[in-house]
Write a protein that binds this ligand. Sequence first.
Ligand SMILES: Nc1ncnc2c1ncn2[C@@H]1O[C@H](COP(=O)(O)OP(=O)(O)OP(=O)(O)O)[C@@H](O)[C@H]1O
Ligand SMILES: [Mg+2]
Length: 320
Amino acid sequence: MSIIDIKNLKVHYPIRSGFFNRITDYVRAVDGINFSINEGETYGLIGESGSGKSTTGKAIVGIEKVTSGQIFYKDVDITKARNRRRLDYNKDVQMIFQDSMSSLNPRKRIEDIIAEPIRNFENLTTDEERRRVQELLDIVGMPSDAIYKYPHEFSGGQRQRIGVARAVATHPKLIVADEPTSALDLSVQAQVLNFMKHIQQQYNISYLFISHDLGVVKHMSENLAIMHRGRLVEIGTRDEIYNHPMHIYTKRLLSAIPKVDVDHREENKKHREEVEHEFQEDQSKWYDKDGGVFPLQKVSGTHWVALPQSEVKAQLKEEK
Ligand SMILES: Nc1ncnc2c1ncn2[C@@H]1O[C@H](COP(=O)(O)OP(=O)(O)OP(=O)(O)O)[C@@H](O)[C@H]1O
Ligand SMILES: [Mg+2]
């Protein structure tokens, strides 16, 4: 059962120029994407900087205007503000922002920052509210005296955890987590990811996990979509994406994951060079004549890739 279904979503930003400040062109940040998130799962959305990931996330939580297409939440199109109000959508769907410094109000104490979404949707007494905030801080492993402090008094990792506490405050059904750990050290990264998994199991939350790093999401996501130039180049299960990637862009992202095993260093380097060579050799194999991403072709019930039919067939034959 899916919680989110995205149908042909487009978000274009106007570019204005000249004396009259007329719209002269558009940035096609998101340009016709389709995918679905199942209830209780972590769905990975991966791509390099500028590929349109944050814009997609913001459109889903309803803070970015959609140019065209639909976003269904439990079969209701929430691109319409009227439907969002009717469904309590703003309570059920929360976002952890990419940049924790600018997403937490610097003039507010942590207590008020975390309590804000609760105040919007529930009528708690001051005592009940404080207990709830303490509980949330505890869940993300922050000391209880944090409530009296301001965002600048914390480290990046601590702020990111405060962002997590705020996002789960209203017991949401879906959290869009935009690069929730990319600003953190590896050790802290693991901590935050563990929190996220823990509360997912406790409250049956679905995540849209956004990252530029396929290494980070490997142990989080059951299904993934690879985004490039505002389009999806490949969709698949974890096994399909990590073990049977078909698009050169997915292969390049995979070969860029840092490896720790010293035994295979030469082998890994050779593989990286092969992928790079394959990419450079023949661009027309991977992109259309304008450098655009091809439409998605079905490979299996769960696996889709943006390549011409002939290329899909050739790759499948080779694999056999
Ligand atoms: N408010 C805006 N106005 C105009 N263009 C925008 C706006 N927000 C984003 N863009 C453009 O849309 C494209 C996609 O941006 P987006 O922030 O979604 O990328 P991203 O995949 O999240 O990248 P990153 O990994 O760097 O966070 C970029 O080319 C960006 O410059
Ligand atoms: Mg982003």
